[in-house]
Write a protein that binds this ligand. Structure first.
Ligand SMILES: Nc1ncnc2c1ncn2[C@@H]1O[C@H](COP(=O)(O)OP(=O)(O)OP(=O)(O)O)[C@@H](O)[C@H]1O
Length: 213
């Protein structure tokens, strides 16, 4: 059974259609990579998948829990990292998962450091640790490689590969090259590029249009 399904989804923001008729399914072990220029609607697509934006038309389906990574880590700045992660992990009923998530993101040494003292890359890894600790089968990652050095990027790619090998699925929006074998491509084109198919393979995108800017 599919983990996540977009069925003829249209997304509008600010009175503008960003994409329409977007259909694809994320299977266990699967991945989809959303690309496109600034403002094309990549983050909006991820937010639609997360249920934070309602599609103007169509439906997003799937019973599997989803974990979301955005620019904002939403971790208490004053708490030590492990405690800040523990707050969310307890809500997910996964308090025991924090230590392992810290190991997978190479943050164990910073477990007692207040979140406000973390660097940009460390914050990004901390936000990803939240996703790892959640135990959710579906990972929705908006620019997960932002701010990461090459070692951290390799660890991110490893974690994604392991998640997929365990039957999880990932939907990623990224400007940066990221190793995502056999990912379904979803390209959101430039404004004014016109209507037409924007994806190949198993993703079906009957049309895509934009309103006037
Ligand atoms: N809250 C909002 N209200 C109205 N329009 C918005 C809102 N947020 C974003 N938009 C518009 O929606 C469009 C798509 O934005 P989005 O952030 O999804 O693009 P993106 O492809 O992720 O861009 P980037 O590569 O710069 O991150 C942009 O034109 C943006 O101005």
């Amino acid at each position: 059974m599919s983990l996540l399904v977009f069925r003829d989804v249209t997304c509008e923001r600010g009175g503008r259609v960003l994409f329409e008729g977007l259909s694809f399914a994320l299977e266990p072990g699967g991945a989809a990579l959303v690309t496109g220029p600034n403002g094309a609607g990549k983050s909006s697509l991820i937010r639609v998948a997360a249920g934070l934006l309602r599609p103007a038309a169509g439906a997003v389906e799937g019973e599997a829990p989803r974990a979301l990574l955005t620019e904002v880590a939403s971790l208490d700045e004053e708490l030590p990292l492990a405690e800040a992660l523990g707050f969310w992990a307890r809500i997910d009923g996964r308090a025991d998962a924090v230590a392992d998530a810290l190991i997978k993101t190479a943050l164990s040494d910073l477990a007692e450091v207040p979140v406000r003292l973390l660097s940009t890359g460390q914050r990004r890894r901390a936000a990803f640790a939240r996703v790892v600790a959640s135990g959710a089968p579906v990972w929705l990652l908006d620019e997960p490689a932002n701010g990461l050095d090459s070692a951290a990027l390799a660890r991110l790619e490893d974690a994604i590969a392991r998640h997929r090998a365990n039957g999880g699925g990932v939907l990623i929006a990224s400007h940066t090259q990221i190793a995502l074998p056999d990912a379904k491509p979803i390209h959101l084109p430039f404004p004014g590029e016109g209507r037409g198919p924007v994806a190949t393979g198993p993703i079906l995108v009957p049309g895509l249009r934009r309103g006037s800017d």
